[in-house]
Design a protein around this ligand. Structure first.
Ligand SMILES: Cc1cc2nc3c(=O)[nH]c(=O)nc-3n(C[C@H](O)[C@H](O)[C@H](O)COP(=O)(O)OP(=O)(O)OC[C@H]3O[C@@H](n4cnc5c(N)ncnc54)[C@H](O)[C@@H]3O)c2cc1C
Ligand code: SF4
Length: 318
């Protein structure tokens, strides 16, 4: 690992200013992704700004009847929070489907949203990868792409978004709150937060350098029955090949997908449909699979069919 300096910030704005001041500075939250990437020389920060003491580890009710989750609220605590389990069960289930108990004890809400690619070439500094080294090429296009994306891909990158939590956040229409170095605050709808790779796959979100996530806000509960169905190569401790987050019942039907998109994937127009095939046809209309991950087309249909069968429309229990 390369040498770096370390700073513990005392306020969100101070943290934002400290990172904004240096192009090579990064925030460090739980460190479960950033430190791994530093060890394999993919991330090379010269300065780390620790955001663990900024009071971002709280969760509170909002005046609108929703929840405001601090960016440093740990994944374990979020999954087990009584109100999350009761009113946002899809979020609790998505979190518990990810990583391991030890990792979730460290991982944070903000860090989870910003976790980076799990494409094998992103980790291999001997291989071309536009996300890691812009302009170097994409080894996955002609290489190992079994678990990569089929939707939102470009000729520059086909990496899938790896987060389970973010899929549930997309389903729930979460809003990401930020602050920057001069104290300016932004509310970013989660639908707009992650970017498609296009020509610039190394730019993954709409955040500016030094812009700190302070919280993620959930609107008032939707009701309905919540589920998160994740299909993967191993029964645990593996990223999704396909996942389906669903809220159904009480007059609501929402569906979001993980493992198939370059960002958490949701096609609102398809949510008005009822048959699994009709929904899948619409969701997959623009799919661009590789020969290796073409199996995801059928897997999406099967996972969606199973998820819909679990929760017939009209049932409102969670
Ligand atoms: C073996 C393994 C298996 C895993 N399996 C899964 C899985 O199945 N599903 C899944 O969803 N995830 C999985 N993960 C990923 C895990 O969920 C993430 O590593 C974790 O959520 C990252 O959170 P963190 O707080 O540790 O982030 P860090 O590693 O501290 O930070 C990640 C990035 O976010 C930035 N950052 C952090 N907080 C903020 C903030 N508040 N504002 C702005 N920038 C910020 C950092 O600068 C860094 O670039 C796995 C990880 C490992 C190591
Ligand atoms: S798919 Fe994306 S992350 Fe993977 S090698 Fe290509 S550019 Fe890199």
């Amino acid at each position: 690992m390369r040498a770096f300096t370390y700073q513990r910030a005392e306020s969100p704005q101070e943290a934002a200013a400290a990172v904004a001041a240096r192009p090579d500075a990064r925030f460090i939250a739980g460190g479960t992704n950033l430190l791994d990437l530093m060890k394999v020389d993919v991330e090379r920060p010269g300065h780390l700004v620790d955001i663990s003491r900024l009071g971002l580890d709280q969760i509170n009710a909002t005046p609108e009847g929703g929840l405001r989750i601090g960016a440093f609220f740990r994944n374990t605590d979020l999954a087990s929070h009584p109100q999350v389990r009761r009113d946002y069960a899809v979020l609790s289930r998505a979190l518990l489907a990810g990583a391991s108990g030890q990792l979730r004890n460290m991982a944070t809400t903000g860090g989870n949203l910003l976790q980076r690619s799990r494409c094998p070439y992103f980790y291999d500094t001997a291989m071309p990868c536009n996300k890691r080294a812009p302009g170097s090429g994409c080894a996955a296009l002609e290489g190992f792409s079994r678990n990569l994306a089929i939707l939102g891909v470009s000729n520059q990158c086909i990496s899938q978004h790896p987060s389970d939590m973010a899929v549930a956040m997309r389903l729930l229409d979460a809003v990401v709150e930020t602050v920057d170095a001069d104290g300016t605050r932004r509310d970013i709808p989660i639908a707009d937060f992650h970017r498609l790779p296009g020509e610039t796959p190394h730019i993954e979100t709409v955040l500016n350098h030094g812009e700190l996530i302070t919280a993620v806000r959930l609107p008032a509960p939707l009701g309905g029955h919540h589920s998160y169905r994740k299909v993967r190569d191993r029964a645990s401790y593996a990223f999704a090949s396909v996942s389906v987050a669903m809220v159904r019942g009480d007059g609501v039907q929402r569906i979001a997908f993980g493992g198939i998109g370059t960002k958490p994937w949701r096609v609102e127009a398809a949510e008005a449909l009822s048959s699994p095939d009709a929904i899948a046809d619409q969701v997959l209309a623009d799919a661009r699979p590789t020969d290796e991950n073409r199996f995801k087309l059928a897997l999406v249909r099967r996972t969606l069919t199973a998820a819909l069968a679990d929760h017939p429309a009209g049932e409102g229990t969670r």
